[in-house]
Design a protein around this ligand. Structure first.
Ligand code: CP
Ligand code: NVA
Length: 309
């Protein structure tokens, strides 16, 4: 079997993502009541070590992957890129070759997607995308798991996105093509997602529709999703913030959606900007389940990368 990198959801494909969701549900259920750091009974990654490299801040991604490795019976090490030789000029290729001799898998959060592709090209162990400027596939496995748990079967689901056409939206659109749901994206002019993701999802049969009017996009939607208006590494420009304001997810918008619609946000949230406090704190908001599910989803991503799914 060739090395299984997880740079984007399409590296795994729809069947493998469905298997990850099923595995995550089973394992989450099986370990109910155990202390959080206690390994699962079968400890399927016993003896395995994951190296994590961070070139950007993170709370959920670092903690969930660390806990995921512990629960799978393995361990993880966290490295800030700035404290590595990578931070003072050692090449990505050489870093990949060295780490491949020392650890069993690498997870990296970085800016330029080309960097993770370079890492994967030179690594002989699995490389996992913990977020780049282009995509955030691990987050979306957790989001899909959360929707399935909340009795929202994915095929045919109407997912509405509001705000910036960013890395998280790219992975949602990619997931739509793989898992057969539809995405309406309500974004201001100039902040559209990459056409490459849209074209691929449409070619796979998903309906991906642009809206300029947030209310129209929300009508009868099953899921409302948003994210920060300013992603890590972007300048906080007043022009962008004012363009985003009509796209805040508020109660009026939720009121246009289906009566049992849910709200997702990958977090961290900027309450009062992309989402109102009333929606963020409402029963429709399932963001804490979504955050917890990063652990369960990341365990299944890891098991897939190690050829266990
Ligand atoms: N959602 C997410 O990736 O969170 P962190 O930036 O805290 O890892
Ligand atoms: N779009 C956000 C996601 C953070 C998890 C960012 O890239 O900063």
């Amino acid at each position: 079997m060739s090395v299984r990198h997880f740079l984007d959801l399409s590296d795994a494909g729809g069947d493998a993502i469905a298997a990850m969701i099923g595995d995550a549900i089973d394992r989450k259920d099986a370990r109910k009541g155990l202390p959080k750091g206690q390994p699962d009974a079968d400890a399927p990654l016993a003896g395995r070590v994951l190296a994590m490299i961070f070139e950007k801040n993170s709370t959920r991604t670092r903690v969930s992957f660390d806990m995921a490795m512990r629960q799978l019976g393995g361990s993880a090490m966290i490295m800030e890129a700035g404290s590595m030789q990578l931070g003072r000029g050692e090449t990505v290729a050489d870093t990949a070759r060295v780490l491949s001799r020392m650890v069993d898998a690498i997870m990296i959060r970085t800016d330029d997607h080309a960097k993770i592709e370079e890492l994967a090209r030179h690594a002989t162990v699995p490389v996992i995308n913990g977020l780049t400027d282009r995509s955030h596939p691990c987050q979306i496995v957790a989001d899909l798991l959360t929707l399935v748990e909340h009795r929202k079967p994915l095929p045919g689901l109407e997912v509405a996105w509001f705000g910036d056409g960013n890395n998280v939206l790219h992975s949602i659109i990619e997931a739509a093509g793989l898992m057969k749901f539809n995405v309406r994206y309500a974004v201001p002019e100039g902040y559209e997602p990459d056409t490459e993701f849209i074209a691929a999802a449409r070619a796979a049969g998903a309906r991906i529709t642009l809206y300029r009017d947030a209310c129209e996009a929300a009508r009868d939607a099953d899921v409302l999703v948003t994210d920060t208006w300013v992603s890590m590494g972007q300048a906080e420009a007043e022009a962008k913030l004012s363009a985003m304001r009509p796209f805040q997810v508020d109660e009026a918008l939720m009121g246009r959606a289906k009566h049992d619609a849910v709200f997702l946000h990958c977090l961290p949230a900027h309450v009062g900007d992309e989402v109102s406090e009333a929606v963020f704190e409402s029963p429709a908001s399932i963001v804490w389940d979504e955050a917890e599910n990063r652990i369960h989803a990341q365990k299944s991503v890891l098991r897939w990368a190690f050829g266990q799914l």
